[in-house]
Design a protein around this ligand. Structure first.
Ligand code: NAD
Length: 435
């Protein structure tokens, strides 16, 4: 094992690159491992289009405020653009473009017939009343109406948006089109064409990727300890499933801190972020300090000596600063972008495998695909069928990525990008460039 040289100050300053810089760098890196026409790579560096719209809103006091909305459509060679709509003050055209590229790779590695899209409105959703959010969403749907549709571009919930937002978006779009078109968005409530199992899907796929990684590295799940950062939709569902499958979850956290019990935490006793925000910390406060139970910071959780670490809260938590101190043997990315580029290099040099986000948490977009199929066919699937098909899709994608790891000795991240780029490039070369 080599000792990595510490990152220079300059490297650290540049560490938190934008989504666009990261997405382009991953593309260039993957291109060095794939026999691909440079023209195709050049085309993939640029989005097909990025639409900017003004979204006027009448506030509760009668004032008019105009917000800026975006929809970036990166590539649709394999099918309609697919990706979230976020409501966040820092939404920009560049961020949407970078995230739309990530969605292109994620859909391709999962072999879904979609390309990548992402959009949103630069607004703080907490500053809006429910009625204002509804009016803003309906107007946004109207402004994007020509750009979206079940065969063109299919948005989904993201930061600051949820199933209700998608219901308003779908309703506004359908009213204007003159017919009910549930397939225009995914992540809707099941009563209007949403899919059972969509909410738990990213956590379920993260758990499946973890289970497969444990098996790949010839360990027993019943003898595996897991630390999970973040106890939300992804973290809580992953932790609960892994516990059900026999793993020992030794630490979980929310934004305020972590709880650690070397004998294992009964994660079913802790409400998830959705059920009750910040319940991990209140659960931790009620525990006795005996028998090795300890309260930790989020930083300490990341450095715990557990077999598997699942960062499932926010991006950029494993950096050049702490990558040397990560003691887990395997990292599985439940969150999007939890490992910076510099940290990734350090972990690679240290021989710590990192199962990348575009594979591990892709259950969300995969069940979105199932939802789209159910909407088009007007036939709802049972939860059991959704979970069975998700398992099948995950195992197929895992097998495809594993084959690249085994054949070319690539990291799991590079292998996932190689699988994705090969599929996109083959589709582009087969369709050709018109005119
Ligand atoms: P969530 O809001 O349901 O839960 C987030 C959890 O992380 C909460 O427990 C919160 O207290 C904790 N947290 C927030 N900030 C933190 C911080 N700075 N340090 C430590 N903990 C913190 O979110 P989620 O839907 O589970 O998403 C988590 C990650 O997974 C995000 O990166 C998201 O982009 C990604 N993701 C989500 C989905 C999805 O459909 N929910 C799909 C794919 C990827």
């Amino acid at each position: 094992m080599t000792t990595p040289s510490p990152a220079t100050e300059n490297e650290q300053a540049n560490e938190l690159d934008s989504a666009l810089v990261t997405a382009r760098r991953q593309l260039e890196r993957a291109a060095t491992h794939v026999d691909v026409d440079p023209g195709v790579v050049e085309r993939l560096k640029h989005p097909t289009r990025v639409q900017q719209v003004s979204v006027p809103l009448e506030r509760e006091d009668g004032d008019i405020e105009v917000f800026t909305g975006y929809r970036a459509q990166h590539d649709d060679v394999r099918g309609p653009y697919k990706g979230g709509l976020r409501y966040h003050p820092e939404v920009t055209a560049e961020e949407c473009t970078g995230l739309s590229m990530w969605m292109t790779w994620k859909c391709a590695v999962m072999n879904l017939p979609f390309g990548g899209g992402k959009g949103g409105i630069a607004v703080d959703p907490k500053s809006l009343t429910e009625d204002e959010t509804e009016r803003l969403t309906r107007r946004f749907a109207e402004e994007l109406r020509d750009a979206v549709g079940p065969t063109k571009d299919v948005p989904a919930p993201d930061m600051g948006t949820d199933a209700q937002t998608m219901a308003w978006f779908m309703d506004a779009y359908s009213m204007q089109q003159g017919e009910t078109i549930p397939g225009v968005v995914t992540g809707k409530p099941p009563v209007i064409g949403g899919s059972y199992g969509r909410e738990e899907a990213p956590g379920r796929s993260t758990a499946i990727a973890t289970r497969e990684a444990i098996q790949y590295y010839e360990r027993e799940i019943s003898e595996t300890t897991v630390a999970v950062q973040g106890f939300g939709s992804v973290g809580a569902n992953a932790a609960r499933l892994l516990e059900e499958w026999g793993a020992t979850v030794v630490a979980v956290s929310d934004v305020n801190g972590a709880v650690y019990d070397p004998d294992g935490i009964d994660v079913d006793l802790i409400p998830s972020h959705d059920e009750e925000p910040e319940a991990v910390t209140s659960f931790a406060n009620e525990l006795d300090d005996g028998d090795g139970v300890r309260r930790l910071s989020n930083a300490e959780l990341l450095e715990l000596d557990a077999d598997v670490l699942i960062p499932a809260a926010v991006g950029n938590v494993i950096t050049a600063e702490n990558a040397d101190a990560i003691a887990a043997d395997i990292v599985v990315e439940g969150a999007n972008g939890p490992t910076t580029f510099a940290a990734d290099t350090i972990l690679e040099e240290r021989g710590v495998p990192v199962i990348p986000d575009i594979l591990a948490n892709a259950g969300g977009v995969t069940v979105s695909y199932f939802e789209w199929l159910q909407d088009i066919n007007r036939r709802q699937w049972s939860l059991e069928r959704v979970n069975d098909e998700l398992e099948e899709h995950m195992l197929d994608a895992w097998g495809d990525v594993r084959a690249e790891v085994d054949a070319a000795g690539l990291t799991w991240r590079d292998a996932a990008y190689v699988v994705a780029l090969s599929r996109i490039a083959e589709a582009k070369e087969t369709r050709g460039l018109w005119p």
